[in-house]
Design a protein around this ligand. Sequence first.
Ligand SMILES: *Cc1c(COP(=O)(O)O)cnc(C)c1O
Length: 395
Amino acid sequence: MLAEPAAIALRSTHAVIDLDAIASNVRIVKESLTPGTSLVAVVKGNGYGHGATMVARSALDAGAAMLAVATVGEGEALRAHGITAPVLVLGPVNASEFAAALDAGLALSLCDAAAIDGFAAAARVAATHAEVHLKIDTGMHRYGCLVEDAPMLASRIATNPNLRLAGVFTHFAEADAADDLATRQQVEAYRRAVAAIEQAGVAIPLQHVANSAGTLRSRDFDFDAVRLGIAMYGLAPSGDVPLLPGMRPAMTLKSRLSRIHELAAGDRVSYGGTYVASSPERLGLIPCGYADGYPRALSNRGWIGARDSHLPIRGRVCMDQLMVGLGSEPSMQVGNEVTLLGDGTNAAPTADQLAAEVGTINYEIVTRLAARVPRVYVRSGAIVAVEDLLGLHEI
Ligand SMILES: *Cc1c(COP(=O)(O)O)cnc(C)c1O
């Protein structure tokens, strides 16, 4: 149990983020890479729900060379917290955001002539140089240019006096699958595009292709850098692509029993009365609900961990509260700690188990954790910062 400094007003429901786990996951992956390959830490979606700023700092300290986000706003937020490392915006950006991106010194991922010209014009107005990574679609059919268009677009970027071609990349659609056939086909298409770009006389400073799944499964996808997302948080990309030995989850979602009462046989619990006690039962109240990002789909099917027991969710998960049966832990008292999500210790469900229960992936379980859940950042066993709706408070 962590000692909580008395000065911190902390809600019972809070996420503990183990920054040592983030750093160690980064180090373990980095050591596995082909020497000379750098690591881009992907901190989009508020660091997959873990908190982008503190995750970014830990990843950079552990050897990440660059950060990646999905939106200009996410990049600006990192800058607002004093992060000066290179930041790449992976997703499509609106032309109205070009000036803000330049102001924050963000590199953009572009894939069409209009956006390239628009970003260049904004850079000219701002009297600056903008960094662009050309994104090539090699089979995912999401964001990126056609392989055939890559040389023309790369030249357009490289020859513009206000732009710098900082990298060329693609993204895997199926690297988490059992077989890697589709992934190898994507790499072949990427290599064709790169060869054509180089044939057109354009130098590519940074080639990057692999996500976590590609990184974990083969050294063939290393190129100059890998973009590490889910694995940095200690979660496996899929059941077919395991983490490396020693990697561990960084997030634990904790709360406390805030009320206990006794149900009589026949009593109905929560909205709709979907749980009916078949015999007298002790019921515990936990101040966590779907407004915290806890899936309502876990109503009557999820469980939380307490001591060594699974406490089953009784009735519907509400917006701000949920109820659990205390039958297996009759001595539980108000104020006792419970774990709603963890690494499998304390009988708590893992992100993978919750994902399986509600038909989603571990990514969504952690990323959906709401902003109102305070993140308590721990390093070397001590709380170093707390982030809540009012911002990041360093301790
Ligand atoms: C999100 C994202 C990643 C990271 O993916 P993980 O599976 O979490 O490692 C890498 N590259 C791009 C383009 C992404 O959008």
